[in-house]
Design a protein around this ligand. Structure first.
Ligand code: PLP
Length: 397
């Protein structure tokens, strides 16, 4: 089996998952219980928070455990929704990007139904990076939230979040009012080095299963002192921001997976960079293959590309057909985001990068992880070379 769909979910870090299971035996108490078993479980929970905060470079009390990236993202948008009509007058404005994962994109667009003006920033078609001049133009007195993702889950383009934060901070200082800046950092954790303090975002979303941790676990960073309206009610867990008994085994496994991925980061990054570069060179030999964005093929070493995610298209072969044909050879890639890959909707990420629909429909995503080997990418290449001529004929006829 050749697994090249790590951006959908990483192969499990079995040591981390086992550690989570082990903790369940010794610390099964409810972290909110007053007795010793509860206090011990709470201590372990807070140790996980402390450990995670040291890798993310924030305070432990700034981290709130959630059921994953989707919930963390939705919490931010919905908390803004709760406050839409308060404090300020006039129509509130929310700025996001057309590259966002559905867990930001969909709830952000839904804010329009509640009276907000929602502005979607597009990306440069050549390099896939967000157009910050558009952000600059759109910032105004009515802006409440800017939400821009860190690493795109389909193309692997690293977005200029730090620069965007600076623009927003400068504007909000001048305007004398706060504009919340959120980033979806799900595909950044363990993949590119960053510090939350340096990035200076107000809130950020993370997920465990993208780095080998369990599915259904993640966390939300909320800068100290920021008052967010709880979306759910019914408990005081996670300072009331995310009530409900904490998933201690999952959280423990999450913090172990983070530790393991940071311990191995340099080695993983180096090996993936080398094999990704070689793979891109070989892909260039395939007639008609298009890199998305284009610059990925011409400047693969550019600092704004994640070494773990690659998007290409081989028009007119539909991406879906390619995924199935490769699956028959026990090679697993995807068309795009796992959350939307079964839908027939237009791919909003590629659309907002200016990619024509016909090319978008032919795209596949190849994503790597710590155990990916050069031979696996060679096998994918061989399979593509074998299958493309027949598929081309079949699609054109
Ligand atoms: N944000 C991005 C960029 C993602 O790639 C994903 C996962 O596909 C998510 C959010 C959602 O995370 P989760 O699967 O933990 O809900």
């Amino acid at each position: 089996m050749i697994y090249l769909d790590w951006a959908a979910t990483a192969q499990p870090d079995l040591q981390a998952l086992q550690a989570g299971l082990d903790i369940t035996r010794s610390y099964f108490g409810n972290p909110s219980s007053l007795h010793k078993l509860g206090r011990e479980a709470e201590r372990v929970l807070n140790e996980c928070r402390l450990s995670l905060s040291s890798y993310l470079d924030c305070w432990p009390e700034e981290l709130y455990f959630t059921s994953g990236g989707t919930e963390a993202n939705n919490l931010i948008i919905n908390s803004i929704l709760n406050n839409l009509g308060e404090k300020y007058t006039g129509q509130p404005k929310v700025i996001t990007s057309g590259l966002e994962h559905d867990s930001i994109y969909k709830p952000a667009l839904a804010l329009a139904h509640w009276g907000a003006k929602v502005v979607v920033i597009k990306a440069n078609p050549g390099n896939g990076r967000l157009d910050l001049s558009m952000l600059e133009q759109e910032l105004d007195e009515q802006t409440r939230l800017v939400s821009l993702m860190f690493v795109n889950n389909e193309t692997g383009v690293i977005q200029p979040v730090k620069e965007a934060v600076q623009l927003v901070k400068q504007f909000s200082q001048k305007a004398g009012r706060r504009i919340l800046f959120h980033t979806d950092a799900v595909q950044a954790l363990g993949k590119i080095p960053f510090s939350l303090k340096e990035l200076d975002v107000d809130t950020a979303a993370f997920s465990a299963h993208k780095i080998g941790g369990p599915k259904g676990v993640g966390c939300l960073y909320i800068r100290k002192g920021l008052q967010l309206d709880p979306v759910y009610k019914g408990g005081e867990q996670e300072q009331g921001i995310r009530p409900g008994t904490e998933n201690l085994p999952g959280i423990y496994a999450f913090s172990e997976a983070v530790q393991n991925s940071f311990d191995n980061h340099e080695h993983t990054l180096q090996s993936c960079s080398i094999i990704m570069k070689g793979f891109i060179e070989k892909l260039k030999m395939i007639p008609g293959l298009v890199f998305l964005p284009e610059e990925r093929g011409s400047v693969p070493e550019a600092a704004h590309f994640s070494q773990f995610i690659l998007k290409v298209a081989i028009p007119p072969i539909p991406g879906e057909v390619l995924v199935r044909v490769l699956e028959d050879k026990d090679i697993y890639v995807s068309t795009g985001s796992a959350c939307s890959s079964r839908k027939k909707e237009k791919n909003h990420v590629l659309y907002n990068m200016g990619v024509p629909d016909k090319i978008a429909a032919s795209s596949i995503r190849i994503s790597l992880g710590p155990s990916t080997k050069e031979e696996e990418l060679n096998a994918l290449l061989k399979a593509l070379k074998q299958e493309i001529p027949t598929l081309m004929k079949a699609t054109k006829s």
